[in-house]
Design a protein around this ligand. Structure first.
Ligand SMILES: Nc1ncnc2c1ncn2[C@@H]1O[C@H](COP(=O)(O)OP(=O)(O)OP(=O)(O)O)[C@@H](O)[C@H]1O
Ligand SMILES: [Mg+2]
Length: 242
């Protein structure tokens, strides 16, 4: 097993011995079986692994949507595994942006209004307009979701996730429902956000080609990290072999 670790940089997440077991009636499902991982400030990581290997479980734990069965997750100095529901809600609200495969936009609101829903409850948000410009939708602000393509809707979802200026952006198959050309535009938006705001970004994908744009690529196999690879050179989204 080759594990290359990025040793410099500030640790944002320190994951230690994390397991997650789901009890399904008589059966125990071991989704994570002892994960150790650091994520560093400003880096762009891609998580790869077969279906059922534990990618979403790990991302949901990092995002405070789920809690480990055993082990520890530190976000900076805050131990998320000791946080109560209220503290986790605060953590998610102020520090984490989520992007999922399905965009979950509110159909009756325009792009601008969908983003504003989040900025209105944030401490130091950017304007919905700035967030939409950052994802290349400056000319679609007053469109409703039904008037936008899939890739445009996903970029509204990214704008919504980043408009609160989160420290971390967690994306679970953000291009899963998109063709390659549209997917590339979404990845370009994610890269722009990562570079211009310094948002620590983790992206789950089934598409190994996308790994080439990452700083680091983390492979999960059966609930364990089987490989961490540092890309010596990153490939631009429009140059990816899809
Ligand atoms: N809420 C749950 N209850 C019971 N089992 C679960 C739950 N969530 C996930 N699992 C199980 O945990 C394992 C890991 O699931 P997870 O969703 O993390 O995989 P994944 O790597 O994201 O897969 P995919 O690529 O298909 O999305 C799977 O065996 C899954 O069936
Ligand atoms: Mg998943």
């Amino acid at each position: 097993m080759k594990i290359a670790q990025k040793l410099n940089g500030e640790v944002v997440f320190h994951v230690k011995g994390v397991t997650k077991t789901y009890q399904m009636g008589e059966v125990e499902v071991h989704a994570l079986r002892g994960v150790d991982l650091n994520l560093y400030r400003g880096e762009f990581t891609v998580l790869l692994g077969a279906s059922g290997s534990g990618k979403s479980t790990l991302l949901n734990i990092l995002g405070g949507l789920d809690t480990p069965t055993t082990g520890q997750v530190l976000y900076g100095k805050q131990d998320l595994t000791l946080a109560d529901e209220h503290a986790l809600t605060e953590y998610r609200r102020y520090h984490v942006g989520f992007v999922f495969q399905f965009y979950n936009l509110i159909p009756s609101l325009t792009a601008r209004e969908n983003v504003a829903v989040v900025t209105e409850i944030s401490k130091a948000p950017m304007t919905p307009e700035d967030a939409l410009v950052l994802v290349g939708l400056g000319n679609r602000m007053d469109h409703f979701p039904a008037q936008l393509s899939g890739g445009e809707q996903q970029r509204v979802a990214i704008a919504r996730a980043i408009a609160k200026n989160p420290d971390v952006l967690l994306c679970d198959e953000p291009t899963g429902a998109l063709d390659s050309q549209t997917g590339i535009m979404v990845l370009e938006a994610l890269q722009r956000v990562n570079e211009s705001l310094g948002t620590t970004t983790a992206v789950i994908t089934h598409n190994a080609g996308i790994a080439q744009m990452a700083n680091r690529v983390i492979h999960l196999t059966d609930g364990l990290i089987s490989d961490i690879h540092v890309n010596a050179q990153r490939v631009q989204p429009n140059q990816l072999s899809w």
